[in-house]
Design a protein around this ligand. Sequence first.
Ligand code: 26Q
Length: 814
Amino acid sequence: MTEITAPKSAVTAEQFADEIREQLKYTQGVTVEQAKPADVYVAASAAVRRHLMDSWFKTQSDMVNGNTKAVGYLSAEFLMGKQLRNALLNAGLTEQFDAAVKELGFSVQDVVDAEHEPGLGNGGLGRLAACFIDSLASLGVPAFGYGIQYKYGIFEQKFDENGKQIETPDYWLTNEEPWGHIDYNRDQKVSFGGEVVEEDGKKVWKPAWSVRAVPVDYMVPGYASGRVNTLRLWTAKSYDEFDLLTFNKSEYLDAVKPQVEAENISKILYPEDSTPQGKALRLEQQYFFVSASIHDAIRVFYPGQDKPDLTTFADKITFQLNDTHPVIGIPELMRVLMDEYGYDWDTAWTVTNKTFNYTCHTLLPEALEVWPSKLIGELLPRHLEIIEKIQDQFAAELKAKGVDEATIKDMAIYTGDSVRMAYLATYGGSHVNGVAELHSQLLKDVTLKNFSDVYPDKFTNVTNGVTPRRFVKLANPRLSDLITEGLGTDKWVSDLELLKGLEPLAADDEFVKKFAAVKQANKVDFSNYAKREYGFDIDPNTMINTMVKRLHEYKRQALKILAVIARYADIKSGRIAADDVMPRTIVFGAKAAPGYYLAKQTIQLINNVARVINNDPDVKGKLNVYFPWNYNVRLAQHLIPAADLDEQISQAGKEASGTGNMKFALNGAMTVGTLDGANVEIRERVGAENFFLFGMTVDEVDALYAEGYDPKKYYEADPRLKAAIDMVADGTFSNGDKTVYEDLVHDWLTKDWFMTLADFGAYTAIQSEIEALYAQPLEWNRKALINVANSGYFSSDRSMEDYLERIWMTGPLK
Ligand code: 26Q
């Protein structure tokens, strides 16, 4: 007997069909006959939302009236993915929806496809935020996600006829968007510019312009928890209140300009996910959503109170800073407490320090945000004063602790010229965490070493996780059913460690064969999907080998494509007999930041390698490369369940965690990877014999840098590597034009900062191991199943439990 615990609403399919009809008629004003799939999508979404409404109200009132501290997850990005299927799952309406849509005469696929994915994030960090709020709701923890409702999300990627990336705007709000509820009556005013004056011995900020922050609320339904939290994304509207401005009539146009431009603040998501540029608009975005969120939390937790006792603020809500992007919240809360509510500095500091915690998501020094003081001074003059004072207090504290002058200088939050946001976050909050064991260790040993020496207790680790609802249950229904069958219960969906119970079944050949059949069916599905969406002819009987993530030098897509080229040359030259070749289909997915030249060159190269290889009869059926454009959450949900082998091949010490690695392992792909980020922990858990490890370790990387790294040496020493690079240089992939990849090749041979060439030998060596195993399907699938069984730890539910215990000190609503 299989125990089924998934939520199921008592509503029948007929009733749900009636609710859709009702919405179509009275809200959208179309008959069923006139309706298009997009109308049904809106109507069904509105109907699901209604089903969640009572739980939403109850969660809010329990939160405000109870005494369980809430979590405020402050994040510039929430990469949510489509909402409908997830909401149906959590509302227990999946079956009723499928039946109702059919009854109304529509295809379920068409209706679901009508939803435009909100791409309000760049990649890992934004998707992590989405997984975290799903898990918080599923655990019943009262929480707000606070962020920005960008009008344009991450750009839509296209490829031109030369294989170059083209960015086009993602106007995701062209059609009606049924999930976000705009609440004009819960708006906040956010001000900028102007100057600070002294009035009666008090500092008073006289801003020059203001924007109206209006919340757009998204329900965040928990799975089987009966709880519905809120994702509150702010949108910027301009005020019509020019009289509030202090402008000189003769400068009218100049004076109203900021007001007119106010709405620009929430217009677009910055598409860079490293090396921040220090742009004023980006700082405006950060302050905009953080200031509005802090004021919102005061409104929510001290309802109707003119003089709230904000010394209790840190007992009401704890704010998690998702990277440095919301760190301006620290001086903002100081300002609010002192200037708006009259608290003294020390009281304000105590409250602020208790309220905030900081998560770092990087190890690349250039990715740590540093703002020019001049910019902060112009935009937020009062905050700059507060930051200066924080610096004075900090320096005095360090001195009192006996830290030497040189170190105090190294640790400066405010250097005079600039403000280091990671340092402000570390000093200004209670805890700092990295996102995987190795990363947290490196933060303590390298990136924030001085801070960890002085404040060792602040530092902790929380290894990332992913939500099993979206990335297993929704994305991979076949595997989900098999897991439920194998375990005899579907409880694993909210308790992923139960997957461990599958481990004994890895010894059961019949079960392993069922597991293999699931993978095969998923590959067929993906092949059909790729045909429909991209026109690709993917052979589902080949190994599907994926590498999907943002395009970055440190992630080393170059290593993969060079290995593909070497393989191509091997087959073509007959070095490997055609019959000995294990047929492979390589699938890349990657967006490059629009201004990241080498990343864009790499995209172009991958596309052209794909073109040449896929059109070469000599390798037909042996090697294929596909690069579906516009990798996003939707594509991830289709691709991940179909992968046999996934690449996590960053240079050791560079990938903070990775979360794709977790999704692939949970869906029964094998991983080839370096000892980096969460790979280390995945390998520990699934067992070294079930993970394809290769490449230099962090220590070896450091030693090689120290010794002086010369990529040319590796090029000269390895004829296969040399041949691959020479093919890129000689125009094989650019119709004979040797200039196209000149810069890329030059970089490989003279700099190669991430040591792609040094790891090439180890990387290609492990391929024979991979192919030997793949030639034994039963053994391959046994290992893949062991991966699934041991990846339960990588549920974001577990990450949330770790945050609750180590950082937030709170828990579920009673
Ligand atoms: C900052 C300032 C200005 C403009 C843009 C940015 C910016 C935006 C996004 C900086 C960084 C990001 C995103 C970073 C990110 O996604 N990091 C990834 O976070 C994942 C979740 O923790 C990790 O798994 C990845 O290892 C890490 O690369």
